[in-house]
Write a protein that binds this ligand. Structure first.
Ligand SMILES: NC(=O)C1=CN([C@@H]2O[C@H](COP(=O)(O)OP(=O)(O)OC[C@H]3O[C@@H](n4cnc5c(N)ncnc54)[C@H](O)[C@@H]3O)[C@@H](O)[C@H]2O)C=CC1
Ligand SMILES: O=C1O[C@H](COP(=O)(O)O)[C@@H](O)[C@H](O)[C@H]1O
Length: 300
């Protein structure tokens, strides 16, 4: 893509996973309400391409989307316990401002960071915990209705609907990625549900790269690695986007350590993947960014 790509929420966990994987691949324009330290900005992104602004600020957002070819919209409150006033402002109103500005500016492709929590209600008592285990063949594939399990999930379902509207009315290509659980270097530790929806950093960067390169109309896909444990299908992401994930939480122990050759053999002759080279400026296993909303009490 020749035109710049606007990345909102660039300083956060998902934004940094994308920039660390794709920093050199695109001409980035970065927006976040927090100023980004130099370590979070790819080489070649000038001050003029860095916007410190709130996504509910229509004027600032219109300026940021002018002449971009694509938007990856991540900014918002990521907490599953987020209260209504926060998701209404940051996730629903903010997404409406960014999508409308993008559609009216003639942006070609828009990627929206939706969430597993848009469909958390399908994890009913009778389905869990079997749902999180490799033997279980229940799959959500993106064609099902949203079924949020919390108000944060409601806000993500609202973002998906806004995307449908702006695709239909403006012909903007929109893909909603129901992101699972992004962690760096290893799947969530001792957490079956998290391991079933693990999204590794390299698969995250690859998936968003495909969202920028593929041709599509309106899509809802799941953003997880190729985990043996999974209740989200990645078929639609493969078909519509050409997503080809490299990682699998089954290559790690339940505690999150890469499996040894012996573990892997015992497990059906699986191979242990190469672990990522640690980022030069951060110790391995450290989260790339702390969310700037108060911590989610369940995220211990
Ligand atoms: N991290 C994960 O595993 C998942 C994340 N997501 C979604 O992906 C997106 C990014 O999530 P994370 O990177 O984990 O969150 P984060 O909290 O690490 O990053 C969010 C970034 O957006 C910025 N931001 C928040 N509200 C803003 C506003 N009103 N205006 C401008 N900037 C604002 C923050 O300053 C922060 O840098 C969110 O929309 C979240 O709901 C969805 C599913 C899973
Ligand atoms: O949408 C999100 O989902 C992930 C995974 O959910 P969890 O219930 O397993 O914690 C969460 O880590 C992330 O903060 C959130 O934005």
């Amino acid at each position: 893509m020749d035109e710049p790509v606007l990345l909102t929420g660039a300083g956060g966990r998902v934004g940094q996973a994308i920039l660390r994987g794709l920093g050199d691949e695109y001409d980035w324009r970065l927006l976040d309400r927090e100023p980004l330290p130099a370590a979070k900005v790819p080489d070649g992104v000038t001050d003029a391409d860095r916007y410190v602004a709130d996504i509910t600020d229509e004027r600032a957002v219109r300026e940021a989307v002018a002449d971009v070819g694509a938007v990856i919209h991540l900014a918002g409150d990521p907490r599953k316990t987020a209260p209504w006033d926060s998701v209404l402002r940051n996730n629903i109103d903010g997404t409406q401002v960014v999508m409308r500005a993008a559609a009216e500016a003639g942006v070609e492709k828009f990627t929206f960071a939706s969430s597993n929590h848009a469909v958390g209600g399908y994890e009913t008592e009778d389905r869990t915990p079997d749902l999180y285990r490799p033997e279980d063949d229940y799959r959500l594939d993106g064609s099902e209705l949203p079924r949020p399990g919390n108000l944060y999930g409601v806000s993500k379902a609202a973002g998906e609907s806004l995307g449908r509207f702006y695709h239909d009315e403006f012909d903007m290509s929109v893909v909603c990625v129901r992101i699972g659980n992004l962690t760096k270097d290893h799947p969530p530790r001792e957490y079956e549900r998290g391991q079933a929806m693990w999204l590794s950093h390299r698969d995250c960067a690859h998936l968003f790269d495909r969202c920028l390169r593929a041709e599509y109309g309106y899509e809802i896909v799941y953003g997880i690695s190729a985990n043996d444990r999974r209740y989200y299908s990645i078929e639609r992401a493969r078909e519509a986007l050409g997503y080809d994930p490299a990682d699998n939480s089954a290559d790690y122990t339940f505690e999150g350590e890469p499996k040894s050759d012996r573990d892997a053999e015992a497990d059906g002759d699986r191979y242990a993947p190469e672990s990522f080279a640690p980022d030069a400026d951060r110790p391995a296993n450290e989260s790339p960014a702390e969310p700037n909303f108060p911590a989610d009490p369940d995220d211990a």
